[in-house]
Design a protein around this ligand. Structure first.
Ligand SMILES: [Zn+2]
Length: 345
Protein backbone atom coordinates (compact mmCIF):
# COMPACT_ATOMS: atom_id res chain seq x y z
CA UNK A 1 0.00 0.00 0.00
CA UNK A 2 1.00 3.63 -0.40
CA UNK A 3 -0.19 7.10 0.64
CA UNK A 4 -1.91 9.20 -2.02
CA UNK A 5 -4.13 12.25 -2.32
CA UNK A 6 -7.27 11.09 -4.11
CA UNK A 7 -10.04 13.21 -5.62
CA UNK A 8 -12.98 10.82 -5.10
CA UNK A 9 -15.46 12.89 -7.13
CA UNK A 10 -14.70 15.92 -9.28
CA UNK A 11 -15.38 19.07 -7.31
CA UNK A 12 -14.25 17.55 -4.01
CA UNK A 13 -10.93 18.27 -2.27
CA UNK A 14 -8.12 15.68 -2.61
CA UNK A 15 -7.99 13.46 0.47
CA UNK A 16 -5.06 11.52 1.91
CA UNK A 17 -5.74 7.78 1.62
CA UNK A 18 -4.04 4.41 1.63
CA UNK A 19 -4.27 2.86 -1.82
CA UNK A 20 -2.58 -0.16 -3.47
CA UNK A 21 0.90 0.54 -4.84
CA UNK A 22 0.63 0.16 -8.63
CA UNK A 23 2.64 -2.47 -10.51
CA UNK A 24 4.24 -1.57 -13.84
CA UNK A 25 2.97 -3.55 -16.84
CA UNK A 26 4.64 -3.99 -20.23
CA UNK A 27 6.26 -0.72 -21.34
CA UNK A 28 5.67 1.01 -18.01
CA UNK A 29 7.79 2.06 -15.05
CA UNK A 30 7.07 2.66 -11.39
CA UNK A 31 8.46 5.99 -10.17
CA UNK A 32 9.03 7.01 -6.55
CA UNK A 33 7.74 10.60 -6.52
CA UNK A 34 10.23 13.11 -5.12
CA UNK A 35 8.43 16.30 -6.13
CA UNK A 36 5.22 17.38 -7.81
CA UNK A 37 4.47 20.93 -8.98
CA UNK A 38 1.15 22.70 -8.48
CA UNK A 39 -0.43 25.17 -10.88
CA UNK A 40 -3.92 26.44 -11.54
CA UNK A 41 -4.45 23.67 -14.10
CA UNK A 42 -4.85 21.32 -11.14
CA UNK A 43 -7.81 23.32 -9.92
CA UNK A 44 -9.46 22.71 -13.29
CA UNK A 45 -8.59 19.04 -13.07
CA UNK A 46 -10.06 18.82 -9.57
CA UNK A 47 -13.28 20.47 -10.71
CA UNK A 48 -13.59 18.04 -13.64
CA UNK A 49 -13.21 20.70 -16.33
CA UNK A 50 -10.44 18.75 -18.06
CA UNK A 51 -11.05 15.35 -19.61
CA UNK A 52 -10.63 12.32 -17.39
CA UNK A 53 -12.43 10.42 -14.68
CA UNK A 54 -12.56 10.14 -10.88
CA UNK A 55 -11.60 8.76 -8.41
CA UNK A 56 -8.22 10.09 -9.48
CA UNK A 57 -4.80 10.82 -7.96
CA UNK A 58 -4.09 14.21 -9.54
CA UNK A 59 -0.74 15.98 -10.15
CA UNK A 60 1.13 16.06 -13.46
CA UNK A 61 4.39 17.99 -12.87
CA UNK A 62 6.36 15.07 -11.55
CA UNK A 63 10.02 14.33 -10.85
CA UNK A 64 11.22 11.20 -9.17
CA UNK A 65 13.35 8.09 -9.23
CA UNK A 66 12.61 4.94 -11.20
CA UNK A 67 11.83 2.18 -8.71
CA UNK A 68 10.95 -0.70 -11.02
CA UNK A 69 10.51 -1.22 -14.76
CA UNK A 70 7.99 -3.41 -16.54
CA UNK A 71 8.66 -5.90 -19.30
CA UNK A 72 10.13 -4.47 -22.50
CA UNK A 73 11.54 -1.30 -20.93
CA UNK A 74 15.18 -1.14 -21.93
CA UNK A 75 16.10 2.53 -21.78
CA UNK A 76 15.35 3.04 -18.08
CA UNK A 77 16.66 1.34 -14.97
CA UNK A 78 15.92 1.54 -11.24
CA UNK A 79 17.73 4.56 -9.79
CA UNK A 80 17.34 6.79 -12.85
CA UNK A 81 16.12 10.33 -12.11
CA UNK A 82 13.23 11.21 -14.39
CA UNK A 83 10.84 14.06 -15.17
CA UNK A 84 7.44 13.41 -16.72
CA UNK A 85 6.00 14.44 -20.08
CA UNK A 86 2.33 14.60 -19.12
CA UNK A 87 0.43 14.18 -22.40
CA UNK A 88 -0.54 10.62 -23.32
CA UNK A 89 0.15 10.52 -27.04
CA UNK A 90 0.09 7.61 -29.49
CA UNK A 91 3.52 8.07 -31.05
CA UNK A 92 2.21 6.81 -34.41
CA UNK A 93 -0.17 9.37 -35.93
CA UNK A 94 0.97 11.90 -38.51
CA UNK A 95 1.32 14.61 -35.86
CA UNK A 96 3.30 12.44 -33.43
CA UNK A 97 5.56 11.33 -36.25
CA UNK A 98 6.31 14.91 -37.24
CA UNK A 99 7.18 16.33 -33.82
CA UNK A 100 3.71 17.84 -33.30
CA UNK A 101 2.27 15.43 -30.74
CA UNK A 102 0.44 18.17 -28.81
CA UNK A 103 -2.28 17.67 -31.42
CA UNK A 104 -2.06 13.85 -31.48
CA UNK A 105 -5.02 12.32 -33.34
CA UNK A 106 -5.35 9.57 -30.73
CA UNK A 107 -4.76 11.85 -27.74
CA UNK A 108 -5.17 9.85 -24.55
CA UNK A 109 -5.52 12.71 -22.06
CA UNK A 110 -3.14 13.82 -19.33
CA UNK A 111 -1.22 12.16 -16.55
CA UNK A 112 -3.29 13.00 -13.46
CA UNK A 113 -6.62 13.18 -15.30
CA UNK A 114 -6.94 10.00 -17.42
CA UNK A 115 -4.38 8.00 -15.42
CA UNK A 116 -3.16 8.52 -11.85
CA UNK A 117 -0.63 11.27 -11.21
CA UNK A 118 1.96 12.47 -8.75
CA UNK A 119 0.35 13.30 -5.41
CA UNK A 120 1.33 9.89 -4.15
CA UNK A 121 4.38 7.99 -2.96
CA UNK A 122 4.57 6.17 -6.28
CA UNK A 123 3.22 6.64 -9.77
CA UNK A 124 3.05 4.14 -12.62
CA UNK A 125 3.64 5.69 -16.04
CA UNK A 126 4.41 4.71 -19.64
CA UNK A 127 8.21 4.61 -20.00
CA UNK A 128 7.78 6.73 -23.15
CA UNK A 129 6.70 9.63 -20.92
CA UNK A 130 9.79 9.53 -18.70
CA UNK A 131 12.84 11.66 -19.51
CA UNK A 132 16.09 11.42 -17.61
CA UNK A 133 17.75 14.41 -15.97
CA UNK A 134 20.85 14.82 -13.87
CA UNK A 135 20.06 15.32 -10.16
CA UNK A 136 23.59 16.71 -9.72
CA UNK A 137 22.58 19.69 -11.86
CA UNK A 138 18.90 20.13 -10.99
CA UNK A 139 17.04 19.39 -7.75
CA UNK A 140 13.90 17.23 -7.93
CA UNK A 141 11.73 20.20 -6.92
CA UNK A 142 13.06 22.29 -9.77
CA UNK A 143 13.03 19.39 -12.22
CA UNK A 144 9.36 18.68 -11.51
CA UNK A 145 8.16 22.00 -12.93
CA UNK A 146 10.08 21.65 -16.20
CA UNK A 147 7.26 19.32 -17.22
CA UNK A 148 4.71 22.10 -17.70
CA UNK A 149 5.91 25.49 -16.44
CA UNK A 150 9.07 25.49 -18.58
CA UNK A 151 8.28 23.20 -21.53
CA UNK A 152 5.06 25.13 -22.30
CA UNK A 153 6.86 28.50 -22.72
CA UNK A 154 9.49 26.86 -24.92
CA UNK A 155 6.78 25.57 -27.29
CA UNK A 156 5.28 29.08 -27.44
CA UNK A 157 8.59 30.87 -27.95
CA UNK A 158 9.94 28.47 -30.54
CA UNK A 159 6.93 27.11 -32.40
CA UNK A 160 3.80 29.20 -31.98
CA UNK A 161 4.90 32.81 -31.41
CA UNK A 162 8.32 32.22 -33.04
CA UNK A 163 9.94 34.96 -30.97
CA UNK A 164 12.85 36.78 -32.60
CA UNK A 165 15.37 39.24 -31.18
CA UNK A 166 13.97 42.81 -31.25
CA UNK A 167 10.38 41.56 -30.78
CA UNK A 168 8.41 43.30 -28.09
CA UNK A 169 6.52 40.62 -26.16
CA UNK A 170 3.81 41.17 -23.57
CA UNK A 171 3.12 38.31 -21.17
CA UNK A 172 -0.32 38.50 -19.51
CA UNK A 173 -0.16 36.62 -16.22
CA UNK A 174 3.61 37.14 -16.11
CA UNK A 175 4.03 36.45 -12.40
CA UNK A 176 2.26 33.09 -12.41
CA UNK A 177 3.86 29.66 -12.51
CA UNK A 178 4.05 29.40 -16.29
CA UNK A 179 4.19 33.15 -16.93
CA UNK A 180 7.39 33.69 -14.95
CA UNK A 181 9.16 31.12 -17.14
CA UNK A 182 7.63 32.68 -20.27
CA UNK A 183 9.25 35.95 -19.21
CA UNK A 184 12.62 34.19 -18.97
CA UNK A 185 12.11 32.29 -22.22
CA UNK A 186 11.10 35.41 -24.18
CA UNK A 187 14.16 37.20 -22.83
CA UNK A 188 16.36 34.23 -23.78
CA UNK A 189 14.97 34.43 -27.34
CA UNK A 190 16.03 38.09 -27.44
CA UNK A 191 12.74 39.89 -26.80
CA UNK A 192 11.99 43.04 -24.82
CA UNK A 193 9.48 41.81 -22.26
CA UNK A 194 6.39 43.62 -21.00
CA UNK A 195 4.98 41.92 -17.91
CA UNK A 196 1.28 42.31 -17.11
CA UNK A 197 -0.27 40.97 -13.92
CA UNK A 198 -2.63 41.86 -11.09
CA UNK A 199 -0.24 42.42 -8.18
CA UNK A 200 2.97 44.34 -7.56
CA UNK A 201 4.44 41.25 -5.88
CA UNK A 202 4.00 39.17 -9.05
CA UNK A 203 5.37 42.01 -11.17
CA UNK A 204 8.44 42.34 -8.94
CA UNK A 205 9.12 38.66 -9.58
CA UNK A 206 8.74 39.22 -13.34
CA UNK A 207 11.21 42.09 -13.14
CA UNK A 208 13.70 39.89 -11.30
CA UNK A 209 13.52 37.34 -14.13
CA UNK A 210 13.97 39.71 -17.03
CA UNK A 211 10.89 41.87 -17.67
CA UNK A 212 11.78 45.42 -18.78
CA UNK A 213 8.31 46.93 -18.28
CA UNK A 214 5.76 46.20 -15.58
CA UNK A 215 2.02 46.72 -16.04
CA UNK A 216 -0.32 46.36 -13.06
CA UNK A 217 -3.64 45.76 -14.82
CA UNK A 218 -5.54 46.64 -11.65
CA UNK A 219 -4.14 50.17 -11.97
CA UNK A 220 -3.88 50.73 -15.72
CA UNK A 221 -5.34 49.00 -18.77
CA UNK A 222 -2.68 46.92 -20.51
CA UNK A 223 -3.37 48.49 -23.91
CA UNK A 224 -2.98 52.00 -22.49
CA UNK A 225 0.27 51.11 -20.73
CA UNK A 226 1.62 49.53 -23.93
CA UNK A 227 0.77 52.65 -25.95
CA UNK A 228 2.50 54.83 -23.37
CA UNK A 229 5.59 52.59 -23.19
CA UNK A 230 6.03 52.08 -26.95
CA UNK A 231 5.22 55.58 -28.26
CA UNK A 232 1.93 54.12 -29.57
CA UNK A 233 3.72 51.44 -31.65
CA UNK A 234 2.31 48.44 -29.77
CA UNK A 235 3.89 45.07 -29.04
CA UNK A 236 4.67 42.41 -31.65
CA UNK A 237 3.48 39.44 -29.61
CA UNK A 238 1.00 39.03 -26.76
CA UNK A 239 1.07 35.76 -24.82
CA UNK A 240 -2.10 35.50 -22.77
CA UNK A 241 -2.06 32.96 -19.93
CA UNK A 242 -5.34 34.31 -18.60
CA UNK A 243 -7.38 34.23 -21.83
CA UNK A 244 -10.46 35.82 -20.28
CA UNK A 245 -12.69 38.00 -22.49
CA UNK A 246 -11.14 41.17 -20.98
CA UNK A 247 -7.50 40.00 -21.23
CA UNK A 248 -8.03 38.90 -24.85
CA UNK A 249 -9.55 42.29 -25.65
CA UNK A 250 -6.66 44.11 -23.97
CA UNK A 251 -4.08 41.91 -25.66
CA UNK A 252 -5.60 42.42 -29.09
CA UNK A 253 -5.67 46.20 -28.68
CA UNK A 254 -2.00 46.18 -27.61
CA UNK A 255 -0.71 44.62 -30.84
CA UNK A 256 1.42 46.36 -33.44
CA UNK A 257 0.71 45.68 -37.12
CA UNK A 258 1.56 42.08 -38.04
CA UNK A 259 1.23 41.22 -34.36
CA UNK A 260 0.50 37.78 -32.92
CA UNK A 261 -1.94 37.03 -30.14
CA UNK A 262 -1.19 33.68 -28.49
CA UNK A 263 -4.01 32.22 -26.41
CA UNK A 264 -3.69 29.50 -23.83
CA UNK A 265 -4.56 29.08 -20.22
CA UNK A 266 -8.08 28.01 -19.52
CA UNK A 267 -10.40 29.49 -22.02
CA UNK A 268 -13.85 28.97 -20.54
CA UNK A 269 -16.24 27.23 -22.93
CA UNK A 270 -18.97 29.75 -22.08
CA UNK A 271 -16.80 32.79 -22.87
CA UNK A 272 -17.23 34.18 -26.38
CA UNK A 273 -14.03 34.89 -28.29
CA UNK A 274 -14.76 38.54 -28.89
CA UNK A 275 -12.57 40.90 -30.89
CA UNK A 276 -13.69 44.52 -30.57
CA UNK A 277 -12.76 45.49 -34.08
CA UNK A 278 -12.44 42.35 -36.25
CA UNK A 279 -11.48 44.50 -39.27
CA UNK A 280 -8.17 45.11 -37.50
CA UNK A 281 -7.33 41.41 -37.97
CA UNK A 282 -7.17 42.11 -41.71
CA UNK A 283 -6.10 45.74 -41.68
CA UNK A 284 -3.15 45.04 -39.39
CA UNK A 285 -2.52 41.46 -40.55
CA UNK A 286 -2.96 40.09 -37.05
CA UNK A 287 -2.47 36.39 -36.25
CA UNK A 288 -4.52 34.77 -33.50
CA UNK A 289 -2.85 31.55 -32.37
CA UNK A 290 -3.66 28.82 -29.91
CA UNK A 291 -0.90 26.99 -28.09
CA UNK A 292 -0.95 23.89 -25.96
CA UNK A 293 1.81 22.24 -23.94
CA UNK A 294 4.99 21.10 -25.74
CA UNK A 295 6.31 18.26 -27.86
CA UNK A 296 8.52 15.55 -26.40
CA UNK A 297 11.47 17.00 -28.24
CA UNK A 298 10.77 20.41 -26.69
CA UNK A 299 10.44 18.79 -23.27
CA UNK A 300 13.86 17.20 -23.78
CA UNK A 301 15.24 20.60 -24.77
CA UNK A 302 13.63 22.30 -21.76
CA UNK A 303 15.40 19.84 -19.45
CA UNK A 304 18.71 20.64 -21.13
CA UNK A 305 18.06 24.38 -20.88
CA UNK A 306 17.62 24.04 -17.13
CA UNK A 307 20.64 21.75 -16.77
CA UNK A 308 22.76 24.31 -18.61
CA UNK A 309 21.46 27.18 -16.48
CA UNK A 310 19.73 29.02 -19.35
CA UNK A 311 16.37 28.96 -17.56
CA UNK A 312 15.96 29.06 -13.79
CA UNK A 313 12.98 27.11 -12.40
CA UNK A 314 11.21 29.57 -10.10
CA UNK A 315 10.04 27.46 -7.17
CA UNK A 316 8.77 30.01 -4.66
CA UNK A 317 6.82 27.81 -2.23
CA UNK A 318 7.74 24.33 -1.07
CA UNK A 319 5.17 22.23 0.81
CA UNK A 320 5.40 18.87 2.54
CA UNK A 321 3.49 15.96 1.04
CA UNK A 322 0.96 15.96 3.91
CA UNK A 323 0.13 19.61 3.09
CA UNK A 324 -0.71 18.90 -0.56
CA UNK A 325 -4.30 20.14 -0.30
CA UNK A 326 -3.22 23.33 1.50
CA UNK A 327 -0.72 23.96 -1.32
CA UNK A 328 -3.50 23.55 -3.87
CA UNK A 329 -5.76 25.91 -1.90
CA UNK A 330 -3.02 28.57 -1.81
CA UNK A 331 -2.59 28.31 -5.58
CA UNK A 332 -6.36 28.41 -6.14
CA UNK A 333 -6.58 31.56 -4.01
CA UNK A 334 -3.86 33.27 -6.07
CA UNK A 335 -1.47 33.47 -3.11
CA UNK A 336 1.51 31.98 -4.95
CA UNK A 337 3.74 34.03 -7.25
CA UNK A 338 5.92 31.71 -9.36
CA UNK A 339 5.46 27.97 -8.82
CA UNK A 340 4.55 25.88 -5.77
CA UNK A 341 5.98 22.39 -5.35
CA UNK A 342 5.14 19.52 -3.01
CA UNK A 343 8.23 17.55 -2.00
CA UNK A 344 8.36 14.15 -0.36
CA UNK A 345 10.66 13.84 2.63
ZN1 LIG B 1 -0.37 10.60 -32.09
Amino acid sequence: MMKAFVVEKFGERPELKDVPTPKPSVGEALVRVKACGIGLTLSWVRLGRMSGSAPRIIGHEIAGVVEQVGEGVTDLAPGDSVAVYFYLTCGKCKYCLTDRETICTNFGGNVGTRIDGGFAEFVKLPAANLFKFSPDKVSYGKASIISDAIATPLHIAKRRAAIHPLDRVMVIGAGGGVGIHMVQMAKLFGAEVFAADVSDEKLALAKKYGASHLINVKKEKAEEAVKRLTSKAGVDIVIDFVSSPSSISSGFKSLAPHGKLVLLGHFHPEDPLHIDDPQDVIRKEISILGSRYATKQEFREAIEMVERGLIEPVVTSVYKFKDTDQALRDVEEGKVAGRAVVEST
